[in-house]
Design a protein around this ligand. Structure first.
Ligand code: ZN
Ligand code: ZN
Ligand code: ZN
Length: 369
């Protein structure tokens, strides 16, 4: 399925006009992939979508990458490719295309050295970042994107369902993570992007990756994993497991609070409520349960072509939810030096509420060990 990049480019132009941006330059990034379908890597030679608010888009690429670039959705849909040879001044080529532009916006992840070179090529133009403008577009997923996120969610759920194969007493976090990474690809992702295996006390560190710690009987283990589909859409789901023995009373106590919070947040989220209020609904329950100080991160992040993108589900974000937004609801409780737990589902805002894209059991999952 080819993404309808032409309508995305058109919407970007409308947004540029509305915000007084005359030209847009997007280098390899999720933004470029969104607008062109081109999953290029940022290298020393310039690759960029150059888009005037009023006029035709052009994809500027090194001559040696013309063949590769011409396979992307934008090229397929008629966007011209403009090549530069090894000794050409590629930035001047961009300046030429945007001649007369008073304000030029660039993607947030453009290399600083490129931005300076572009600025030198367009000394009259005022430069700005395009992050806000592009995030507003990317935040609302179209039906094709929703379908890809659903596929990604189902694929990561299949990996969680296989966890008894990997997570056993006596194995190191690293061994477990290596097996999970293989399973992420086996179950339908093109890439395994991250595998957090936080066993015992390591579960209290939300962004713990892996270590050589050996899983012990009775450990609770936070498994937070994700990958990307062939068309670039990401999965991200966390479950907390207990291996080889019943969980301790301490773990059971805080887990029941966490489960109630996550459920309440999923029941609450719907179009019109603000992002920060989704965070508050869960935080209030965790605070009443006595663990407010132990929920040390925001509730969630948007997801799409990047694992973390807008909207962020965090205090201070008054953005009202809209149908088509996709984000994580992932409260956690962390007791430093002891253990931790997190429950994470990706949800898609519908007309009435949300659809959960992860559906494996959310209780503490007891594995034989
Ligand atoms: Zn995270
Ligand atoms: Zn996660
Ligand atoms: Zn996440």
């Amino acid at each position: 399925m080819t993404a309808d990049v032409i309508s995305r480019i058109r919407r970007a132009q409308e947004a540029m006009t509305a915000s007084g941006v005359d030209g847009l330059v997007v280098t390899p990034s999720a933004d470029l992939r969104y607008l062109t379908g081109y999953a290029a890597t940022a290298l020393e030679r310039l690759t960029a979508l150059v888009l005037p608010a009023d006029g035709d888009a052009v994809l500027v690429v090194p001559t040696l990458e013309r063949a590769e670039a011409s396979r992307c959705a934008a090229a397929d849909s008629g966007v011209d490719i403009l090549t530069h040879d090894e000794t050409d001044n590629a930035h001047a080529l961009v300046g030429d295309r945007l001649k007369g532009a008073a304000t030029v916006a660039v993607d947030d992840h453009m290399w600083a050295s490129r931005l300076l070179a572009l600025q030198a090529a367009m000394p009259e133009a005022e430069m700005a970042v395009a992050g806000r403008l592009l995030a507003d577009l990317r935040m609302i997923k179209g039906p094709d994107e929703a379908a890809s996120l659903r596929d990604a969610g189902a694929a990561i759920d299949r990996v969680h369902r296989r966890m008894a194969e990997f997570l056993r007493v006596g194995r190191t976090e690293r061994e477990i993570a290596d097996d999970i990474a293989r399973a992420i690809v086996e179950e339908g992702h093109a890439t395994a992007d991250f595998t957090i295996v936080g066993s015992g006390p390591n579960g209290a560190s939300p962004h713990h990756s892996v270590s050589d710690r050996v899983v012990e009987t009775g450990d609770s283990v936070v498994i937070d994993i994700g990958g990307a589909t062939a068309d670039g859409y990401c999965s991200d789901s966390t479950r907390t497991y207990v291996v080889g023995a019943e969980p301790s009373q301490e773990v059971r106590d805080y887990y029941s609070v966490l489960l109630a919070a996550q459920r309440a947040q999923c029941d609450y989220a719907k179009p019109g409520v603000t992002a920060e209020s989704v965070d508050r609904v869960g935080r209030d329950i965790i605070t009443e349960g006595g663990y407010g100080e132990r929920f040390i991160h925001r509730t969630g992040h948007g997801i799409g072509l990047e694992t973390h993108e807008e909207p962020y589900i965090v205090e201070g974000n008054q953005l009202p939810l809209k149908p088509g937004m996709a984000f994580s609801i992932e409260p956690g409780i962390y007791l430093p030096g002891r253990s931790g737990a997190r429950i994470e589902d990706i949800v898609l805002v519908t007309e009435w509420g949300i659809e959960r894209l992860n559906t494996t059991p959310r209780d503490l999952v007891l594995l034989e060990g």
